[in-house]
Design a protein around this ligand. Structure first.
Ligand code: GDP
Ligand code: IMO
Ligand code: MG
Length: 429
């Protein structure tokens, strides 16, 4: 690797589940630290190699590698119960987690049960207008953070502060739950006991994440920033309000870890060779037909976290171009090429027609009114297996043409093409 490229961000370039877990795992051999900067256990990142299969939610995919240090950054919202459960599960699968290889920023925010209850209650009340959240309390936890009455990891270590904060917040949340949503309330004394205990269990790994990661960078250690969700789910730049509640784009690395922009040396955008999305909201290239069903079955498009069937559709270049701009994507990792193997014809959305004008980036303003017409280019399918192919030259010509077209249209080099879920099933260029 180029010496000047010390730290790399791996970002989802669509609506999530692009295969970030696979790509982080694949590349992390060359890195010392893998850090998450946003989101929580709404994420589900899959890592597969040989006969091994791991599903990561809060913990960076680097944990699979024994010599990497993983950090949960200040920009995350952490459910301590989910974190401890994930650690137990990973250990049961032979992954070593000690006090040194998994650190938690003391400034990360904590998800409490009332966040989860509010998430579920609000979704239920919204009926058909619901966002389709993962129901993990992510949005309500970020709300209390921005409302400046959130509980941070550091607070778990200070009984007086924790008690006062839980009592204050619970008084409000309980009222909302009981009066507005007619739901059960929470006993602040019980929450205090539980969360004090979580603090005790997590104590050895709680650290000032910002100081720590900057010390690592200064010492020349290589850091990989692992994105969760995808660019189109970004709170500012995504298909609002059908988004998650954090900054999923590369800018989130700076705020969510306290790392200056000059320390992000390369951005890899991960994109499927087609498109999927879970939950509600605009999806212009969605297929509600047999082709969509084929993508779902062949691509095993069911949520890692919730098991929900993912919505499926053709590749959307305006989405990828938008991702390239917002994240300064240097290289693309194009995943799940093999899922397109059986198609006679493959379509790609090249632009949107909005009231007679052509848009080559995502026309966010038109989305609320479904006031857009995707324009497609049709490619001949290759109708032969690409599963497990590891060199670009071995791909069928039609698949090469397809990749080349994406590269030309996004102006980002396709440095990785993925031809199967396993680490081994990858073309590195
Ligand atoms: P993430 O959230 O971005 O890490 O992605 P997920 O792990 O939620 O979803 C990606 C899914 O696609 C997982 O089941 C992966 O094992 C699988 N996958 C990743 N790359 C490929 C690929 O190239 N081909 C196939 N068939 N599956 C892949
Ligand atoms: P990874 O990291 C795909 C979606 C939810 C919902 C919206 C808001 O595996 O790519 P939230 O629970 O965050 O408030 O839900 O965001 N969503 C994801 N979709 N992959 C994810 O993570 C997602 N995390 C959240 O389906 O539409
Ligand atoms: Mg996922």
């Amino acid at each position: 690797m180029n010496d000047k490229i010390q730290n790399v961000a791996v970002i989802g370039a669509q609506w999530g589940d692009e295969g970030k877990g696979k790509i982080v795992d694949l590349l992390c051999e060359e890195f010392d630290v893998v850090a998450r900067y946003q989101g929580g256990h709404n994420a589900g990142h899959t890592v597969k190699f040989a006969d091994k299969h791991f599903a990561l939610r809060l913990i960076p995919s680097g944990i699979i590698h024994p010599d990497k240090i993983c950090l949960l950054g200040n920009g995350m919202v952490i459910d301590p119960d989910a974190l401890l459960e994930e650690m137990t599960n990973l250990r049961a699968h032979g992954i070593a987690i000690d006090d040194h290889n998994l650190l938690v920023s003391d400034a990360a925010h904590v998800i409490l049960p009332y966040h989860r209850a509010l998430d579920l209650a609000r979704e239920e009340a919204a009926g058909t207008g619901k966002i389709g959240t993962t129901g993990r309390g992510i949005g309500p936890a970020y709300e209390t953070k921005v409302g400046r009455y959130g509980i941070r990891i550091a607070d778990l270590l200070d009984p007086d502060v924790l008690k006062q904060k839980i009592e204050f917040t619970c008084a409000e949340k309980n009222l909302v739950l009981s009066e507005i949503y007619k739901k059960d309330t929470f006993d602040p004394a019980k929450l205090f006991d539980d969360y004090l205990e979580y603090g005790r269990k997590l104590t050895p790994r709680i650290t000032n994440g910002t100081v720590w990661i900057n010390e690592q960078i200064r010492a020349g250690k290589r850091v990989m920033f692992e994105g969760a969700q995808g660019m189109m789910l970004d709170i500012d730049h995504g298909t609002y309000p059908f988004v998650t509640s954090s900054s999923t784009i590369v800018g989130g690395v700076c705020t969510g870890l306290g790392v200056a922009p000059k320390h992000i040396h390369k951005v890899i955008g991960v994109a499927k060779a087609y498109t999927t999305r879970v939950g509600g909201g605009a999806f212009p290239t969605e297929l509600d037909d047999a082709h969509g069903e084929h993508l779902r079955k062949r691509g095993n498009e069911f949520g890692t976290v919730t098991g929900r069937p993912r919505r499926t559709g053709w590749l959307d270049l305006p989405v990828l171009r938008t991702a390239t701009i917002l994240n300064g994507i240097d290289e693309l990792a194009i995943t799940k090429l093999d899922v397109l193997d059986e198609f006679e014809e493959i379509r790609v959305c090249t632009a949107y027609n909005v009231r007679g004008k052509s848009w080559s980036t995502f026309p966010a303003f038109a989305v609320a009114h479904h006031d857009y017409q995707p324009e497609y280019r049709t490619f001949k399918g290759w109708k032969t297996s690409t599963v497990g192919i590891t060199t670009f030259e071995d791909l069928p010509q039609a698949a090469k043409d397809y990749i080349s077209f994406i590269v030309d249209e996004t102006e980002a080099r396709a440095s990785i093409v993925s031809t199967g879920p396993r680490r081994e099933e990858t073309i590195l260029r």
